[in-house]
Design a protein around this ligand. Structure first.
Ligand SMILES: O=C(O)C1=C[C@@H](OP(=O)(O)O)[C@@H](O)[C@H](O)C1
Ligand SMILES: C=C(OP(=O)(O)O)C(=O)O
Length: 448
């Protein structure tokens, strides 16, 4: 924990005094915004991102690309919202990249830096030094890059870009993060021989995020072969070729819709999320099924997703390996359910923003819960919970999970709720607006 007062400030999570009835407009997807920025930066012509997410992770991505020479102009249209115009340029060093604690920045950009002319130094938050990066580093070396990481296999490191990269076939164990595969594929069209990525590990998390990468590459004109279109299992191939400048409207972040849907489930209310896409690769789309199994019902209408809680919350036994980032929110709801839950397939969450399995069990248990870690997930036995401090370990999804618990448990104090700024800077304002309450005055925050 740092000495920064924002990190010790406690936010009294509002208790829901009645079923929530609200329409919540959710900002753009982090995963789509950061992929779109990378692809636009690598394109051979300018492109547009409309309704991009503006949050810590996406600003870090944009600033990093700017540091390598890409022009990104922010245009505010009073009628159509924000848009970012991306004008690619010859990538160059010397440059310094702050990855914060953004998996997308720390994994997607070293391959881009390998294409730059000059040295690009990467560093970030202390936690970024602990998150797995070895798959990207080793693969880039195999593909011809020169990287100085002083043998750490992790951040900080310097990529000595040579202006081009051979590319070709490479094997990577992506069992600790699907982002290793996405990272290599995204820059693949710009490698001299393209890239063929073969995943060799025992498991592969977050498959929808790899599908998102493939779809966005194809939309930018890349030729991609995948296991789904007749290729070998666990092998993705991207041909070398120019990328088009795309005009893309970013979908709402469905994983960030989760706490608001959870509010309908927990309070027996109804929440509408406008612009929920009818077809998407976002893992958050699985919430329609998961939260229905946990007691709600939903309908995809022309206004968006209408999600209704029944007043009952059921436990769930679910393999969340494809949708790992939904685990903290599901765990919070599960702690309030009428039966036990088992969440499986998410051992890799120990290496996310924080060790999410340890953090969720400790924090829910400190409120009186009964959560145990299993080898690959969590077992959650609902108990009557009491108020107390909910520590968040610089993890945005721990903070929103604490807010969900606070709807039903009086006196939950979420530590460092500002950490939601990683992907959802307006979270507390959106939460209080959803609850129909006036936003709390910022004066004299309670201290831990
Ligand atoms: O590629 C992406 O945009 C992401 C992939 C997933 O990472 P892991 O495969 O490391 O879990 C996910 O958890 C993360 O929030 C975003
Ligand atoms: C795991 C997450 O993020 P990152 O992109 O930093 O891996 C997340 O948002 O839940």
């Amino acid at each position: 924990m740092t000495g920064n007062p924002a990190h010790t400030a406690l936010w009294p999570a509002p208790l829901a005094s009645a079923p929530v009835h609200a329409t919540v407009t959710v900002p753009g997807s982090k995963s789509v915004t950061n992929r779109a920025l990378v692809l636009a930066a690598l394109a051979s012509e300018p492109g547009w991102l409309r309704r991009p997410l503006r949050s810590r992770d996406t600003v870090l991505m944009a600033d990093a690309l700017r540091a390598m020479g890409v022009q990104i102009d922010e245009v505010v249209n009073p009628y159509g919202g924000e848009a970012w115009r991306v004008i690619p340029a010859g990538l160059h060093g010397p440059a310094t990249v702050d990855v914060g604690n953004a998996g997308t920045v720390m994994r997607f950009l070293p391959p881009v830096a390998a294409l730059a002319d000059g040295a690009v130094h990467f560093d970030g938050d202390p936690r970024s030094h602990e998150r797995p990066l070895n798959g990207v580093i080793d693969a880039l070396r195999t593909l011809g890059a020169r990287i100085d990481d002083e043998g750490r296999g992790a951040l900080p490191l310097t990529v000595h870009g040579g202006g081009a990269l051979d590319g070709g076939p490479v094997s990577v164990d992506a069992s600790s993060s699907s982002q290793f595969v996405s990272a290599l594929l995204l820059s693949g069209p710009r490698f001299n021989q393209g890239v063929e990525v073969r995943h060799t590990g025992p498991t592969l998390p977050s498959l929808p995020h790899i599908k998102m990468t493939v779809e966005m590459l194809r939309r930018a004109g890349a030729k991609v072969d995948t296991p789904e279109n007749g290729g070998e299992p666990n092998v993705w191939r991207v041909d070398a070729g120019a990328l088009l400048g795309v005009d893309l409207t970013v979908e709402p972040d469905l994983s960030n819709a989760q706490p608001f849907l959870a509010a309908a489930l927990v309070t027996g209310g109804r929440v509408v999320i406008p612009d929920w896409p009818r077809r998407t690769t976002q893992p958050g789309d699985a919430l329609r099924e998961l939260f229905t199994r946990m007691g709600g019902s939903c309908e995809l209408t022309d206004t968006g997703l209408v999600f209704t809680g029944s007043g009952r919350i059921h436990g769930i036994d679910a393999d969340l390996s494809e949708v790992g980032e939904l685990t903290p929110g599901i765990a919070a709801v599960a702690a309030l359910a009428d039966s036990e839950s088992v969440l499986r397939g998410v051992g890799h969450l120990r290496l996310h923003e924080t060790d999410r399995l340890a953090a969720l069990s400790k924090e829910i248990n400190e409120l009186g819960g009964d959560v145990t870690e299993t080898e690959d997930g969590l077992r959650i036995r609902p108990r009557t919970l009491r108020g107390g401090v909910f520590h968040t370990y610089d993890d945005h999804r721990l903070a929103t999970a604490g807010a969900v618990l606070g709807l039903a448990v009086d006196g939950v104090l979420v530590e460092n709720v500002a950490t939601t700024g990683k992907t959802l800077p307006d979270f507390t304002e959106m939460w209080t607006a959803m609850l129909g309450a006036a936003p709390a005055a910022p004066a004299s925050p309670v201290r831990a």
